[in-house]
Design a protein around this ligand. Structure first.
Ligand code: BGC
Length: 327
């Protein structure tokens, strides 16, 4: 059925999911009575925006250089929707698709069948995104299955802002469990080699203000107009990747994916008017896009998100919200 909205709710959180883009449209902390994400009340605003608010991104998150890759000795050409590169699955990625959703007691399951050569990608790919609420945790599971070898690097693109007013995230604190980060080109495309964060502004291995990096003159920060980089998360399996906090609440992001792309909303420009008529300005939200290394199909196929025909790719990401002080 088309165009649906679902609510997952317990005594701590109230989470709204749209079938359009399998989008997280709202996360309300009931203890603080506070919205924690950027979003809209109207579906038309999600349709009109090109900023990927809360949506599921796919088939392949982030950029593929010059919209070109090789798989099984065959060259594929993808639409260039973010010149000169291909971004977030193309002109009509998963963010613009109607998922078919069903609700159980504490979860919403959203499915979509992406047909062979949709936005240039090979294989009929069936995708399931499941959102489940457990106490302070929103658990996101993804599952992909294809009838041909293909690529799938699916993530969620929620912009978080833990403050009551959604003016900026510059005053939040950040910890990233990563010793290495990948560089980007002048158009935001990831390339090899990852470099050590040690003795650079990218060192968030201890909790510190986001402001520190956003004012830095490091060439990678000026190139990307802020933080828009893929961090290789230390360790393997389901583990903590990021902690974001303000004075009264923290968000912990767990994932079993190889890394997390941290994006400080550098291209938000006030055009999107969201909850409480707030104009979403540059750096008023931050995304933690758990994923495989962007563009890796073009520089290291051993780490690329290749889905083999008939073999499911499954992942889990958890957003956990903890109150850090009693008001
Ligand atoms: C990317 C940015 C891009 C943005 C679009 C992010 O995931 O890293 O470079 O501009 O999505 O909303």
């Amino acid at each position: 059925m088309n165009d649906q909205s679902f609510v997952l709710e317990n005594s701590i959180l109230k989470v709204s999911i749209l079938s359009y883009g399998a989008t997280i449209s709202s996360i309300i902390d009931k203890r603080l009575q506070r919205e924690l994400v950027l979003g809209f009340n109207e579906k038309t605003k999600y349709e009109a925006s090109d900023k990927y608010f809360g949506c599921t991104v796919g088939r392949v998150a982030n950029r593929i250089s010059y919209g070109r890759f090789y798989l099984s000795q065959k060259e594929y050409r993808l639409p260039i929707n973010n010149a000169p590169h291909h971004l977030h699955g193309g002109f009509s990625g998963f963010d613009k698709k109607e998922f078919s959703c069903k609700m159980t007691e504490n979860s919403v399951e959203c499915t979509y069948l992406s047909r062979d050569l949709e936005e240039g990608y090979p294989g009929n790919l069936s995708v399931t995104i499941t959102y489940a609420l457990h106490d302070e945790r929103l658990i996101i599971k993804s599952r992909c299955l294809s009838d041909q070898d293909t690529l799938a690097n699916i993530t969620n693109h929620t912009y978080f802002n833990l403050n009551t007013d959604k003016k900026t995230i510059i005053d939040h604190n950040l910890k990233i469990f990563a010793d290495r980060v990948y560089p980007v080109d002048e158009f935001g495309c990831t390339f090899n080699q990852p470099f050590s964060v040690s003795k650079t502004p990218f060192d968030f291995t201890d909790l510190r203000p986001i402001a520190d990096i956003l004012v830095s003159s490091h060439p990678q920060i000026t190139t990307a107009k802020g933080l828009d980089h893929h961090f290789e998360v230390n360790g393997e399996g389901l583990r903590l990747s990021v902690i974001l906090s303000n004075e009264d609440i923290s968000l912990s992001v767990y994932t079993d994916k190889p890394g997390v792309h941290v994006y400080t909303g550098n291209y938000l420009n006030g055009e999107d008017i969201g909850f409480d008529d707030a104009a979403y300005q540059k750096q008023c939200g931050i995304c933690f896009e758990t994923q495989y290394v962007p563009n890796s199909v073009n520089f290291d196929t051993t780490i690329a998100p290749i889905v083999k025909a008939g073999e499911a790719q499954e992942h889990i990401t958890i957003f956990e919200f903890q109150q850090t002080s009693k008001r």
